[in-house]
Design a protein around this ligand. Structure first.
Ligand SMILES: Nc1ncnc2c1ncn2[C@@H]1O[C@H](COP(=O)(O)OP(=O)(O)O)[C@@H](O)[C@H]1O
Ligand SMILES: [Mg+2]
Length: 309
């Protein structure tokens, strides 16, 4: 399968805290190194991307954060306003129609409207062009909400196609949905950890994406992978010693075996998770190492970018 840099739109999702934003940053750098212009679009995030790039805080306007990498932190309110302005082509008309609390409250109450405002805006950035006619961003990376909310967001264009009457909303949702469903133009990147719960959730998420939404899964990134110290037989020996993390130890030897057994258990779970992911997902997983330093720093992100490329 062709690399992610050939797609126009990447959707990065997974359980909360598994490293989605870190992966967005690392993938963006790797793609930028191949000479492409990349935009990272975050969904109303408590912004930590600026720490990862050592840039100014990222706000609601796209701004450069690294060579060939831009970022924006979308909010539903600003995204709605931009959309209103774009479709009405007039600030005066927009203000008249939208800029009052009743209309805002109305849109806030329509299910999916806030999600579509942000997803639609991220998609719209793929359509922007420069004066020379080239795309402003070759690749837009959506730092999507965590699992359940991410799925809810991705369901919205399909709902619009099912219920909205012909018009601008429907037209844009149709264009976006066509782009998202084509594996040549879009890829979902699933981020997970080599642990039981995230592995289970990732397999369920992949099933919903494939069967219900028919979105192309382009990559699975297993983050925070430990380099294995022990062979399978050595793991077994350590775990068979029967010194669990809460058992009392009476000698230095026992203490050493206990530490070894804890590491062996973690490596076993990791191996089991990787085997499960390889077996049950449509693409074989890629790995990012566990860094033993603050990963939200430019040096760390540069290291991870080398590993994703
Ligand atoms: N490979 C890694 N090694 C060490 N720390 C990591 C790694 N990946 C992510 N982290 C750290 O884990 C925390 C959560 O990562 P983040 O990308 O913000 O997750 P999410 O966006 O999924 O909530 C952050 O503090 C981040 O720096
Ligand atoms: Mg995040």
């Amino acid at each position: 399968m062709a690399g992610l840099e050939t797609r126009r739109f990447l959707i990065v999702t997974g359980k909360g805290g598994v490293g989605k934003t870190t992966v967005c940053a690392a993938e963006a750098l790797a793609i930028a190194h191949k000479g492409k212009r990349v935009l990272i679009a975050m969904c109303n995030a408590k912004e930590r991307l600026s720490a990862m790039f050592g840039s100014d805080l990222v706000g609601t306007e796209p701004m450069p954060v690294a060579p060939n990498v831009w970022a924006v932190n979308m909010t539903p309110e600003v995204a709605m306003e931009e959309y209103g302005m774009m479709t009405l082509n007039s600030r005066a008309l927009y203000t008249l129609l939208f800029d009052n609390k009743y209309v805002r409250a109305f849109f806030g109450a329509v299910p999916g409207m806030h999600e579509w405002a942000m997803l639609g805006k991220a998609w719209w950035h793929t359509t922007e062009t420069l004066d020379n006619g080239a795309f402003k961003y070759d690749v837009v990376i959506l730092d999507a909400p965590a699992t359940g909310h991410g799925l809810d967001m991705l369901r919205v264009p399909k709902v619009i196609l099912d219920v909205a009457p012909p018009g601008i909303l429907r037209r844009d949702a149709e264009k976006a949905w066509t782009l998202f469903q084509d594996e040549k133009t879009c890829a979902v990147v699933l981020v997970t950890l080599p642990e039981s719960m995230p592995t289970q959730e990732t397999i369920e998420l992949a099933t919903s994406l494939r069967d219900e939404l028919k979105l192309p899964i382009g990559k699975v990134v297993v983050n925070c992978v430990l380099p294995p110290l022990f062979s399978k037989a050595e793991r077994q020996t350590l775990e068979d010693a029967g010194l669990g993390p809460n058992d009392e130890v009476k000698s230095k030897d026992d203490a050493a075996i206990q530490v070894g057994a804890a590491r062996a258990a973690r490596e076993r779970v990791q191996a089991e998770c990787l085997a499960r992911l390889s077996k049950e997902l449509p693409v074989s997983p890629s790995f990012l190492p566990q860094l033993f330093e603050d990963a939200a720093r430019p040096e760390a992100i540069a290291k991870l970018a080398k590993r994703v490329g």
